[in-house]
Design a protein around this ligand. Structure first.
Ligand SMILES: [Zn+2]
Length: 264
């Protein structure tokens, strides 16, 4: 039984349900938005017919093989990853690889530990625009355990565990800031873009993502990155130009009117 007087631990919830009993903060997030200005992936040579899917698959595998290997060794999570619903084996393996790489850095390991400790689940969703989003939700009965991270299906692939890991770092950063009340949202210190994106919140999450990418591949980025990993290189490059350049880069990248399509 939940007391109607129970108070959430945060003074300014973004949204409440009709009963006012839980906090719901939906970050309209894209680690690196699919199809955005960042995405300059290589497309396969023109083909048609039944073989197209197979050709694309083979092409994707070929692209992924030419890229540089991370500097850091994967650090597999020894327990069960909390998934939001049962996933096929291929997606569970993709997440296991992504989480192992996420945990290769100190910050990534701490972030993933926090997700597991708080009971935050990881799931898959078909997203029309964003590559991922995080929902942080607190209830008196379950604490933060109803929070979740959702990754677009196309990113849950064994081909690019580095990109999946970078996205997880980004989303976990949002969750951590909600839990620790350090999000600019709580201080009323966010610039809200016309499409509803909290600019400074995204700058912090993209910064964590860029720092993770640098830890994996150095300041020169990943060599021979030709697909989604190219976008992470670009994010890293702007990050290294300094705070002002990075802020403007994130503002431009995250101002698309399609942000949040299909979410919530
Ligand atoms: Zn974000």
């Amino acid at each position: 039984m939940i007391s109607p007087l129970a108070q959430p631990p945060i003074p300014k919830p973004a949204r409440r349900n009709r009963l006012g009993r839980f906090i719901l903060i939906l970050f309209l997030v894209a680690a690196v938005a699919a199809g955005s200005v960042l995405s300059q992936g290589v497309t396969p040579p023109g083909r048609s017919g039944d073989a197209l899917a197979l050709v694309e698959s083979a092409w994707d595998v070929a692209l992924s093989k030419v890229g540089e290997t991370p500097n850091l060794a994967p650090n597999p999570w020894p327990g069960e990853i909390i998934f939001c619903e049962p996933l096929p084996e291929s997606q569970r393996r993709a997440f296991a690889d992504g989480v192992a790489l996420m945990r290769s850095t100190e910050n990534g390991a701490a972030l993933f530990q926090m997700l597991q400790d708080e009971g935050v689940c990881i799931g898959v969703e078909d997203l029309p625009y964003n590559s991922a989003y995080a929902t942080s939700r607190w209830t008196p009965g379950n604490g933060w355990a109803e929070s979740e991270i959702r990754i677009d299906t196309s990113y849950v692939t064994f081909l690019y565990p580095d990109v999946l890991a970078a996205i997880l770092v980004h989303e976990a950063t949002h969750i951590e800031r909600a839990i620790t009340r350090t999000s600019c949202y709580y201080a009323d210190a966010c610039t809200v873009l016309p499409n509803g994106v909290y600019l400074e919140e995204e700058v912090v999450a993209h910064s964590a993502e860029a720092e993770f990418w640098i830890a994996l591949f150095g300041r020169d980025g990943k060599d021979r990155a030709l697909a989604n990993d190219h976008a992470e290189n670009q994010l890293k490059a702007f990050y290294l130009q300094g705070p002002d350049a990075f802020l403007e880069f994130v503002r431009e990248m995250r101002s698309d009117s399609r942000e949040g399509d299909g979410i919530g």
